[in-house]
Design a protein around this ligand. Structure first.
Ligand SMILES: Nc1ncnc2c1ncn2[C@@H]1O[C@H](COP(=O)(O)OP(=O)(O)OP(=O)(O)O)[C@@H](O)[C@H]1O
Ligand SMILES: [Mg+2]
Length: 337
């Protein structure tokens, strides 16, 4: 019987289910984005958890139906149990526990950030040891990864995450939610040298990042412009995007040089950004470092990465009981010897 893993991801506002096979890769993956949050300009936790409750069961039935998988034949179930919104996490966690209880399938709670990192293992084997830049809505971290299950966070943002900075700048420019993809789209027709926005901690702070000063600089600039035209929006978007991307690339370059790393991965929603990919490839690639990233649908929240992570946990014997709990906050910890 084929070894198949079910992944469930409900940590924020996307409901996602997937089936992963270690030999075939992603068998079926479906993510249902919640659009109800758009009019509030941000994720409303109560709306998110209620929406997961409506969506998860039909999504699970679609995914297992398309994959032709019966619950008792699963090799294991992976579920994100943190960090994230507690109400949202509990919907996925309770569902996964019920499936595990009913079928006897092995259960693995997955740290959401490990999921983002292992999205890089969905289509190709990882080249390790590596450095990983996790850039998402809630995290900006440089992670030294010796092997799957062994992680050391060597740098973090001191304030806003890169994705949060994109989202806040998108909001300041009255662009559609979420800001990241909207800022990238607007930036395509803008001049990235129009505004000289700050690159905080460029020559200090080790491998740490800071983006709150940039957000304030963009706000002050926008407030000083009497009439904002679409071209100004594009120019501000392009200049702000450049400031974020350069800060990310500078620190990544410093880290790979100082740690003598030959392999580098991007992970998380901001890894979908084409300018980040381009500049990272330009700077690190030309120094002989192998740079890689997941395809866009596996950069933002998805259950395929959770199913893949569960495969690694369960194969290594790291299995959870039905007393598995959720956690709203918590660092990525090593679990392998
Ligand atoms: N093309 C893009 N350019 C820049 N940012 C992007 C792009 N696509 C998505 N993002 C940003 O990525 C973030 C969403 O990523 P992700 O789903 O990984 O975050 P999250 O799950 O909310 O946070 P975390 O993973 O830290 O818990 C948002 O901030 C979004 O604006
Ligand atoms: Mg995420």
């Amino acid at each position: 019987m084929e070894e198949l893993y079910l992944g469930i991801e409900t940590s924020c506002d996307d409901t996602s289910c997937a089936i992963y096979s270690p030999s075939r890769g992603v068998v079926v993956h479906r993510t249902a984005a919640q659009l109800d949050h758009e009019k509030y300009g941000g994720v409303v936790p109560e709306i998110a958890s209620r929406s997961h409750m409506r969506t998860l069961l039909p999504l699970y039935e679609t995914v297992t139906g398309e994959a032709g998988v019966e619950l008792p034949s699963l090799a294991g179930i992976g579920v994100t149990n943190g960090p994230g919104l507690t109400g949202s996490l509990l919907v996925g966690l309770s569902f996964a526990k019920a499936l595990a209880y009913g079928s006897g399938a092995r259960l693995a709670g997955i740290h959401h950030i490990e999921g983002h990192i292992l999205a890089n293992a969905l289509e190709n084997p990882l080249v390790l040891p590596a450095l990983v830049l996790v850039v998402s809505g809630g995290h900006t971290q440089l992670v030294a990864m010796e092997k799957i299950g062994r992680y050391e966070v060597i740098g973090s943002t001191r304030d806003d995450a890169a994705g949060e900075a994109f989202d806040k700048i998108g909001k300041l420019l009255a662009l559609p939610f979420p800001g990241g993809p909207s800022v990238e789209l607007a930036a395509r027709t803008g001049n990235r040298a129009s505004y000289d926005f700050p690159r905080a901690l460029r020559h200090s702070g080790g491998y740490d990042f800071s983006f709150s000063g940039l957000k304030t600089a963009v706000r002050l600039e926008v407030e000083s412009i009497p009439a904002i035209t679409p071209q100004i929006v594009s120019d501000v978007a392009a200049s702000a995007q450049e400031a974020i991307v350069e800060a990310l690339v500078d620190k990544s370059f410093l880290a790979v040089k100082e740690m003598h790393t030959r392999s580098f991965y991007l992970a998380g929603g901001v890894a979908a950004n084409c300018r980040l990919r381009e500049l990272m490839q330009e700077r690190l690639g030309s120094a002989g470092i192998r740079v890689s990233w997941p395809r866009p649908e596996y950069c933002t929240d998805n259950a395929a990465m959770i199913a893949c992570a569960a495969c690694h946990h369960i194969r290594a014997g790291r299995v959870d009981g039905l007393d598995l709990n959720s956690f709203a906050r918590g660092n990525l910890l090593s679990w392998a010897a």
